[in-house]
Design a protein around this ligand. Sequence first.
Ligand SMILES: [Fe+2]
Length: 232
Amino acid sequence: MKIEGLFPLALGQVQLRPDPLALARQLQVILELRGKAEANPDPDCAWTGDLNGVWQLHRHPTFTGLIDELTGHAWAYLQALGFERQQVALHLQRCWPVVSTSGQVVGRHHHPNAHLSGVYYLNGDGSGRSGCLRLWPDRQVNELVPGLAVGHESPFRPDARLPGGWLRPWVDLAPRAGLFVLFPSSTDHAVLTNDDDDGRFSISLDFVLTAPAGSAAAEYLAPHPQEWQPLA
Ligand SMILES: [Fe+2]
């Protein structure tokens, strides 16, 4: 029997070649911005700039060039998905550093404030030792009985949950210096434990789509923010 995989989640990946000097400067600035804080504030939780007032990294001179490059790749992702570039405006809403030290994690969450999310890795050797990005599907429709695959004494063979199996519960992605990944903001994700002695450095980006300025919005696409009327 042929079984076809339907409705794939679009995970964008692009490997950049960071300039070593620029990268060293970026790491130094992130540590300066973090200051004395090292957690969020639970000691097991990585420090994330969005919760600590550091959510506009794209306006910091050390990062503007990098963020411009990443934004170009966000456009490429949208075009690959089938968006007509002239018919949408892409906004960078938030951009913040994340620093995970040894033993720290980021719990499972998604970004309801945004439409498209990205993560850029400043370090990582591809081994996953510093903590993989874990992505979950919206729902495990192929287990047929909701929750069956994780229930006690599951009736599934172990290979059903391996990569390529129909019940793969998640996808883990290992950080690598210069790797940029993009995925729909509604996707649940987490960062696994940093088992390395070194810090794990990444930059998160949240994008929002609206209609282009001055054009009528498609149904369900918000008009451009410059068309909005702030109320007293
Ligand atoms: Fe996140």
